[in-house]
Design a protein around this ligand. Sequence first.
Ligand code: SF4
Length: 494
Amino acid sequence: MSRPHGLSKSRFTSGLQCHRQLWWKTHEPGAPELVPDAATHAIFDSGSRVGVVAQGYVPGGTPIDLPYDDYAGKLAATQAALATKPPAIYEASVSAGGVFVAVDILQRESRGWRVIEVKSSTQVKPQHVPDAAIQVLTLREAGLEISGADVMVLNSACRYPDLSNLFRREDVSAEVESTLPMVASEVKSQLAMLAGPLPEAEIGPRCGSPYECPFRSRCWKDVPEHHVSTLYYQSAHAQKYLDQGWVTIHDLPDGSVKNPTADRQRRAVQAGRMLVEGDLAATLRRFPAPLAYFDFETINPAIPVWNGCGPYTQVPVQFSCHVEAADGTLTHFEWVPEEPGDPRAELAARVVEACRGAACVVAYNASFEKRGLEHLAEAAPQYADALRDVIARMVDLLPAVRDHVYHPEFGGSFSIKAVLPALAPEFSYEGLEIAQGDEAAGVLATLLLDPDALLPLERAARREELLAYCKLDTLAMVKVLHRLRELASHGGDA
Ligand code: SF4
């Protein structure tokens, strides 16, 4: 059995976000945009692991464990399982009204069956309700008695090693019942749309909400440079600007942008050059030598594996630090674990050593590094005082850029990856095997938690790539601070 133009739970969810997205996913399932990259793979794998572990918290179920596309086999196995009335069925598969659903967990109750939708988030979100509702609708159409629906999420109060409370369930039956009429009508509308040509759809906030649409490069390809949606922190106002006929930042008149940073962006784009404003020199006096430019890489496993960690706790596992002496000499410190297992105590010791003697520890978006240091202080209390001393010396470089400088090439972002090529064009992340934080996190998670997924030579190569990536992050800070000093000393002239 195939379902080329039918709906599934995930396709229905896509269609709720945008019919055009659903049409492409259904009619072009092999589209290059749908081939998951490493980071997306890691999210899928993590979600699957959470789903399997969740089954253990509703024990005694019958698994419908067949290949992904064996729809007929799954339907038949589910019918057989239903007839034996087990306490639960995992991946119970049912088809009705043009919709195929595989329910994460179907739990038997005295009044019928309860749908349990497992989510690998820690919060029940509004978009989870239609996910559960499409299953309730389809199961009822197939003739099953459905008593209610729960969303089962990871419990952020859980702390390793006690995983007895790893999940919590929220009863969403009332919300599901009130959503059913909308879901029934939307199913009809999606099935009719899929039988026709590619529908039109307006680009806008829907392209990133509730999920990032994979087809942005198709629909947004004609969007001009400096579109109003790229204004710093102004996405909520983009539609208002468009409604006024202001399509790009060039169209925005004086006084139309209230946020001072976004307004500096507007003026820089309209002037076609970098603007440097305010007392940048005074701000830079907060960065006295010797300086330690510091950056962590972290992993955040959905299911905690080390003491004191909860679901998605950001755990620092790698660092890079460039130490700059008063005479400008740079010394580089770095570390990435060579063996699987909990690296926090060794990491803490090496971080303390690297930052020893620095008058100022520079971080970019320092709140992240401060949280990581605090986490290490709790995980390795023998270094707590020294780590908190590092926190006390830490100064954030990001506000020095954001509050004083805008270059038209920032593109509305003050991330180090947006800022570096504009301020120091000779440096770039291009050409690195690992060039994004989420890629680094995925590789680190594999090395530390699933090392056998890689051959020894691959592990060594990945480690080198991680070191190169993290090193560039701290070198980028060195270059950015140097450039800011140049700008301050020239009174802001680029
Ligand atoms: S990019 Fe936006 S308009 Fe285009 S398919 Fe995706 S959600 Fe729809």
